[in-house]
Design a protein around this ligand. Structure first.
Ligand SMILES: [Zn+2]
Length: 120
């Protein structure tokens, strides 16, 4: 019985190593997560298949496939506030409104939420 716990831990460790390509792909939000999982599952026992899955997981990263603008990604809804000048929803960390380019004084300073240059 004294070998049960080490055996379980060893199995978890082996499984974690075996599915390492899939884990990497999962945390990188891989675009072909299911296909990579299947490749990892069925060909992972061959060293070549495992390496291929690992390389694949490291290579292809989706480029904003959900259509979310880059400027909106780091900003959560809770971090937004209405612009005092035009009322549009802007980041609380913004120094300048991106809609009316008016100065915004409230909120934490020193954080550049986006690189926006208003048209003149
Ligand atoms: Zn504004």
């Amino acid at each position: 019985m004294e070998y049960v716990l080490p055996a379980i831990l060893f199995l978890i460790f082996v499984a974690a190593v075996y599915f390492l390509p899939w884990i990497i792909a999962y945390y990188r939000r891989h675009s072909n997560l299911l296909a990579l999982f299947l490749l990892n599952l069925f060909l992972g026992w061959t060293i070549l298949g495992w390496i291929a899955a690992l390389v694949w997981a490291a290579m292809k990263v989706p480029k904003l496939e959900l259509g979310v603008p880059l400027t909106n990604l780091p900003t959560q809804e809770a971090e937004r506030m209405p612009c005092p000048s035009c009322g549009e929803s802007i980041s609380v960390a913004a120094k300048k409104c991106r809609f009316c380019s008016g100065e915004v004084n409230s909120g934490p300073s020193g954080v550049e939420q986006w690189q926006f240059r208003p048209k003149k």
